[in-house]
Design a binder for this molecule. Structure first.
Ligand code: NDP
Ligand code: X2W
Length: 342
């Protein structure tokens, strides 16, 4: 079955990554490619790594251009996808890689994004309990933010087995591609190279409510999240170090067993052998999630660390994985767990 796919935002990082994956997807046939300020430019000049598409010209992002496809990926800035999606037919699978349809609580949306709330779509993190059932056959998918993917997968097994207190503390390093391709002074090479700095500190990062939304139902009670992202001098990758107070009775063995149980059959999540810690390089360009967990009895804490590629499992890989589930295709089609290292 050939699936005809359009990508809006094809000049950006997320759009480029979904095209990189779709070029290796046996069922995908790449149709319209659209942009905004770069409409009219050749894709070869904007995304030179996508050789087979070099001769394609970006069109404007309009409902007419996006019509006539089985699947439309929206890789647009926050707040831009809802209006485009509303003009696409109910029979088209629309996969929103932005934030517009992720949050269930309109008050959270208002507080962190500040535009009218467009509503909530099935959430494209298949590994969360119940997510696959919601995605199967769906015509709408909200792809998670990159940090919520890394953090939710690192912590949910501990919450599912009631091994941790519901106050999570997270420090996560990210590469600069997470901020998109648009020019920003703080992302200049001279600012980033040889330096690490936090941002969005003190509960103001917009991924905080998404993490709370993912973890609270698993824990069966409200989970609070103290989240500090740090910008590090690399292009891709997230390393999320997540910790919470251990509940009485938690042991290293019960913790390990919780993660083994959660991820025994997950094709993209690899619980590393004991003592081996995740590294962003190992998941570079792949849809894999590497996880390790430890119990610190003296501090009475659990520490879970995950590594993902923000553009792959953190965006485009998660989007293709969700597309496969929504269309009833094998979930791993077109996706790899093999990283690029060193
Ligand atoms: N980068 C990442 O790691 C992740 C990104 N995402 C999400 O994916 C989406 C895209 O992010 P990213 O690729 O990084 O961003 P980029 O800035 O790299 O790309 C943005 C894309 O959107 C287009 N665009 C900009 N403004 C408009 C507009 N008003 N109408 C239509 N198209 C527009 C741009 O076109 P042009 O260049 O022609 O102006 C470009 O193709 C965002 O919502 C982001 O949050 C999600 C998870 C991770
Ligand atoms: C380095 C950097 O700025 N990263 C972005 C991550 C955004 C992302 O990947 O997810 P969204 O789809 O929600 O934008 C940030 O912290 O906002």
């Amino acid at each position: 079955m050939a699936v005809r796919v359009a990508v809006a935002g094809a000049s950006g990082y997320a759009g480029g990554e979904v095209l990189r994956l779709l070029l290796s997807h046996p069922e995908a046939e790449i149709g319209a490619l659209t942009g905004n300020s770069n409409a009219g430019q050749s894709l070869g000049s904007l995304q030179p790594h996508l050789g087979p598409l070099a001769g394609r010209t970006l069109e404007a992002t309009t409902p007419e251009v996006l019509a006539g496809h089985d699947v439309v990926f929206l890789a647009l800035p926050h707040g831009q996808s809802a209006a485009v999606a509303a003009q696409l037919g109910d029979d088209v699978l629309v996969i929103d890689m932005g934030a517009d349809h992720r949050l269930r609580d309109s008050a959270d949306w208002d507080r962190f994004y500040g535009a009218p709330h467009a509503g909530t779509w099935p959430y494209g993190l298949p590994e969360l309990p119940g997510a696959r059932a919601a995605l199967a056959g769906s015509k709408r998918v909200a792809v998670p933010g990159c940090f919520p993917t890394a953090v939710s997968l690192a912590l949910f097994p501990a919450y599912a087995e009631h091994l941790a207190e519901p106050e999570a503390v997270i420090v996560a390093a990210t590469g600069t591609s997470g901020a998109g391709k648009a020019l920003k002074t703080n992302l200049l090479g001279a600012e980033v190279m040889g330096s690490v700095t936090p941002y969005g500190v003190g509960g103001v990062h917009r991924h905080t409510p998404e993490m709370v939304q993912n973890l609270s139902p698993v824990a069966g009670r409200p989970v609070s999240v103290s989240f500090t992202p740090t910008l590090v001098p690399m292009a891709r990758g997230i390393l999320a170090t997540c910790s919470a107070k251990a509940l009485p009775g938690t042991t290293a063995e019960s913790l390990r067993a919780a993660y083994e149980k959660a991820y025994a059959d997950e094709p993209f999540v690899q619980l590393l052998p004991e003592g081996q810690w995740p590294a962003t390089k190992s998941v570079h360009g792949s849809n894999a999630v590497h996880i390790q967990v430890a119990h610190d009895p003296s501090a009475r804490r659990i520490i879970a660390v995950s590594a993902i590629d923000n553009l792959t499992k953190g965006t485009a890989g998660g989007a293709v994985q969700s597309m496969n589930i929504a269309l009833g295709l094998p979930e791993q089609l077109g996706l790899s767990t093999i990283g690029v290292a060193p």
